[in-house]
Each structure stands twice: as structure tokens, then as C-alpha cells.
Design a protein around this ligand. Structure first.
Ligand code: ADP
Ligand code: MG
Length: 235
């Protein structure tokens, strides 16, 4: 019998993504005709100036926002074909998101924040993995504290742990090293590279940090809503 190879879809495939925002008589084109493919286990970096549309693109790719035109598929599933509930379920099962402003829930402890997506998805929390992730990220001793009792850098690392805990296929990260010193930022990129290599997780990382971009598999530059391949030197 011939061996049957299951089709391996790219983790993320976006085509012709466009997103407008209207304010009064003005229309801002935040993202225009953006196409991007990220394979399994790949790390893509998106760089570009403030206001160029990076966060909007990330939200479209992660199904947190819907495009005015174009398509996004995650693991071969067309997000545009999903109703809100199915989209929410897919996001919980397959996608991790690290927000630029962390978006931790203030009344929950760090541990409760980290485990919330897995609990919402109806999964079983692996406490050993929570402790291991928190240890790797250097926040193990802060797990019983609420976000307001943590430094910005600690909050950011709690947000990273939350995004990684359920081992999502794709992690979208919006400036995930913005609140970190350079040594901690380098450790975080090590963690992403390890997760990409050993778990075949994919990452799309918006970053201002050249040292983060230099370690990605591909680098893309956002300029006025348009995405182009950025020349780069590898590692
Ligand atoms: P970046 O992350 O690169 O700084 P953004 O994606 O946040 O850029 O913003 C791109 C453009 O879209 C900016 O002009 C911004 O003002 C506009 N924009 C983003 N989100 C909204 C929104 N919810 N409503 C109106 N305009 C928005
Ligand atoms: Mg942004």
C-alpha cells in the first residue's frame, strides 16, 4: 500500500488582507493587500514604524478582528468561513496571543491568568507545566500575586506564559520584549526558538528589536499598511 501523507498546511496563510478604519469623513487604511505565509515551526518577525499597521495585522491573523477584504487560514482552516463561536473555539485551541499591553485580568493572580485560556477551552491545567514555564520565564515566585503587584517586565512574562501554556500551534506576539531588559529579551527569544524547534509551534512576532528580528526565520517590514520582505542577515 502506498504511504498516505496527510496534507501539511502552513500554520498561517494570509492573502490580500485589507482593513480600513473610518473616523468621521476620514478612512484610514491600516492594512492593505497583505499576504504572508508562515510554515510550521517557523518564526516570522514583523518590523516597522509606529502606526504602520502591525498590531492591526496581528489581530487579523489571529482572528481577533475580521478583514474588509482578503483571507486568513490557520492550520488550513479559513477563519472567514467560521461564525463567531467557532472562531472563538479555534482561537482557544490553536492560537496563543501576547498583547502589546499584556491584557492580564487585574483581579486574578498570575497563576489564574496563565491558566485561564486552557480552563476556558475546557482543558485540564497541567500544574507542573505552569510551574516549569513560570520557572523558565523567571516568574515562579510571583504566581500568587496579582498583576498590579508585578513589574511591567513580570507582567509581560506572565502574558507570555499564558500564551504558551496550552501549546498552541501558532503564537502571535505584539512587541513581546518591549518591557524586558536585553538579557531577559534574549532568554525569551531562546524560549520561542526552542518551542518552534521542538514543538513545531509557529510564531509571528511584531518587534522593534533588531536583535529579536535577527533570530527569526523571516523578517517582514510594514510600511503604511503594506508588508514587504525585509533584507536581513541571519543569526
Ligand atoms: P502599529 O501597531 O504598527 O503601531 P496599528 O495597527 O496600531 O499600528 O495602527 C495602524 C493605523 O490604524 C493607525 O493609523 C491607527 O491609528 C489606525 N487604527 C488602529 N486601530 C484602530 C481603530 N480601532 N480605530 C481607528 N483607527 C485605528
Ligand atoms: Mg502596535
Amino acid at each position: 500500500m502506498p504511504t498516505v501523507h496527510p496534507t501539511v498546511h502552513p500554520s498561517v496563510q494570509a492573502t490580500g488582507l485589507t482593513r480600513y478604519f473610518r473616523s468621521g469623513d476620514d478612512t484610514v487604511t491600516a492594512v492593505e493587500d497583505v499576504s504572508l505565509t508562515v510554515g510550521r515551526g517557523e518564526i516570522a518577525a514583523v518590523i516597522g514604524p509606529s502606526g504602520s499597521g502591525k498590531s492591526t495585522l496581528l489581530q487579523l491573523l489571529a482572528g481577533l478582528d475580521r478583514p474588509d477584504a482578503g483571507t486568513v487560514a490557520v492550520g488550513g482552516v479559513d477563519l472567514g468561513g467560521l461564525r463567531d463561536r467557532a472562531l472563538t473555539r479555534l482561537r482557544r485551541e490553536k492560537i496563543g496571543f501576547i498583547f502589546q499591553d499584556f491584557q492580564l485580568l487585574p483581579r486574578m493572580t498570575a497563576r489564574q491568568n496563565i491558566t485561564l485560556p486552557v480552563r476556558l477551552a475546557g482543558g485540564t491545567v497541567d500544574d507542573a507545566e505552569v510551574d516549569e514555564l513560570a520557572g523558565t520565564l523567571g516568574v515562579a515566585h510571583r504566581l500568587d500575586h496579582r498583576p498590579g503587584e508585578l513589574s511591567g517586565g513580570q507582567q509581560q512574562r506572565v502574558a507570555v506564559a499564558r500564551a504558551l501554556l496550552g501549546r498552541p500551534d501558532v503564537v502571535f506576539a505584539d512587541e513581546p520584549t518591549g518591557a524586558l531588559d536585553s538579557a531577559t529579551a534574549a532568554d525569551l527569544v531562546d524560549l520561542f526558538i526552542w518551542a518552534a524547534g521542538t514543538r513545531q509551534q509557529s510564531f509571528v512576532i511584531v518587534t522593534h528589536d533588531e536583535r529579536v528580528a535577527a533570530r527569526a526565520d523571516s523578517v517582514h517590514r510594514m510600511t503604511d499598511g503594506h508588508l514587504t520582505a525585509a533584507p536581513r542577515s541571519r543569526h
